[in-house]
Design a protein around this ligand. Structure first.
Ligand SMILES: NC(=O)c1ccc[n+]([C@@H]2O[C@H](COP(=O)([O-])OP(=O)(O)OC[C@H]3O[C@@H](n4cnc5c(N)ncnc54)[C@H](O)[C@@H]3O)[C@@H](O)[C@H]2O)c1
Length: 337
């Protein structure tokens, strides 16, 4: 009986990493720009990694950032920071965080440019880090997680994208502030594609185990007189405001990436809305597609351990399926050879 309840709740995806040195906590960050260095600083400040490596094609930049970060590391025990251009220095990392990126005139051009960068860097990352977990931050994050997975040939649990981690945390905090309760007492997730097409799972929002849809059946819908759906709009709007004012969100992202890293190194099995390989899940059938979208995933030492099967409403399932179809179409035109 207990087993069937667990099976109804969780999709097991993890394939253990064959690695003799699982205790190792060397982390490599590929891309020493705004996001890569914000993550590096957060990892150092929280004393998470014993060894941290930064790689970037811009040798002057990476040298400067490494020297600067080494000074920060002097205040923390055990943190060793190095960096350069050559991927051999990342050798035998437990986690490789990919933050390289180039902007484009539009989304399509950004995707093509970053796909080309991934074609260059992912084989190098894999060559020196055959047992690593890959965490993809570069945008557009969902499709580039697919690209990294394809190019790496790793099992799907070992490649996941940053996805809707920060958006879910913002959603939870904004909702909690309305009820004047701690965000720890409230459960809420944003899933699917990152950005305006993300799916807020209103059907699952609960406060201390009480599902809000049981109290207000229209919660988060267009005909809800209380207009709770505004909170999802606010999450999206906040991201756009930050992007307009300072190009991209970095500090909350860096702290939440640190939480993901801790979940892997310490096998915490905490749940995050990360971009993962979608198959039959949530009542959405994607067995014929290899798309990556955010779902609540339990993160442990091998990356994604299990996916939590939420009971979505019909509307939420439709939105998720639309995003999966869209990603599949986009992927068909990618040149990965
Ligand atoms: N997923 C998310 O929620 C999220 C949030 C913010 C930013 N991002 C994305 O993160 C990425 C990085 O953002 P940023 O602000 O740090 O950009 P940035 O321009 O400051 O840094 C990118 C770095 O990548 C390096 N680089 C480019 N091509 C390379 C290559 N072939 N080999 C090695 N290094 C290379 C550049 O030299 C640069 O230092 C972007 O794609 C951005 O859109 C994602």
């Amino acid at each position: 009986m207990i087993t069937s309840t667990i099976q109804a709740l969780l999709t097991h995806v993890s394939q253990p990493i064959e690695c003799e040195r699982k205790d190792l906590n060397k982390i490599s960050i590929i891309g020493a720009g705004t996001i890569g260095t914000a993550i590096a600083f957060s990892l150092i400040a929280q004393n998470v990694a014993e060894e941290l490596v930064l790689i970037d094609q811009d040798e002057t930049l990476v040298q400067g950032e490494v020297l600067d970060l080494q000074q920060a590391a002097m205040f923390v025990d055990h943190s060793k920071v190095s960096g350069g251009k050559n991927y051999s220095i990342s050798n035998n990392s437990r986690i490789c965080i990919i933050t390289v990126g180039a902007g484009g005139e539009d989304d399509r051009e950004t995707l093509i440019r970053n796909t080309n960068i991934f074609k260059e860097i992912i084989p190098e990352v894999v060559k020196y880090n055959p047992h690593a977990v890959l965490l993809i931050v570069t945008n557009p994050v969902d499709i580039l997680t697919y690209v990294a997975w394809k190019l790496s040939n790793f099992s799907p649990n070992r490649v996941f994208g940053y996805g809707n981690v920060l958006q879910s945390i913002k959603f939870k905090h904004l909702l909690a502030s309305k009820f004047k309760v701690s965000p720890n007492s409230l459960h809420a997730f944003i899933i699917g594609q990152q950005g305006p097409k993300s799916v807020p799972v209103w059907s699952g929002v609960s406060v201390s185990g009480v599902r809000l849809r049981d109290i207000n059946s229209k919660l988060g819908t267009e005909d809800d007189p209380e207009n709770w759906m505004e909170i999802h709009n606010e999450v999206i709007e906040r991201q756009m405001v930050v992007e307009r004012l300072k190009s991209c969100e970095s500090w909350g992202l860096a702290i939440s990436v640190t939480k993901l890293v801790k979940a892997i190194l310490q096998d915490t099995k905490e749940c995050f809305s990360v971009s993962t390989h979608l198959t039959i899940c949530h009542g959405v059938d994607n067995t014929d597609k290899d798309v990556f979208l955010s779902l609540p995933c339990i993160i442990g030492s091998d990356g994604v351990f299990t996916i939590v099967k939420q009971s979505l409403s019909e509307k939420e399932k439709c939105l998720l399926q639309d995003s999966a179809n869209y990603m599949n179409e986009l992927q068909k035109n990618l040149d990965l050879d």
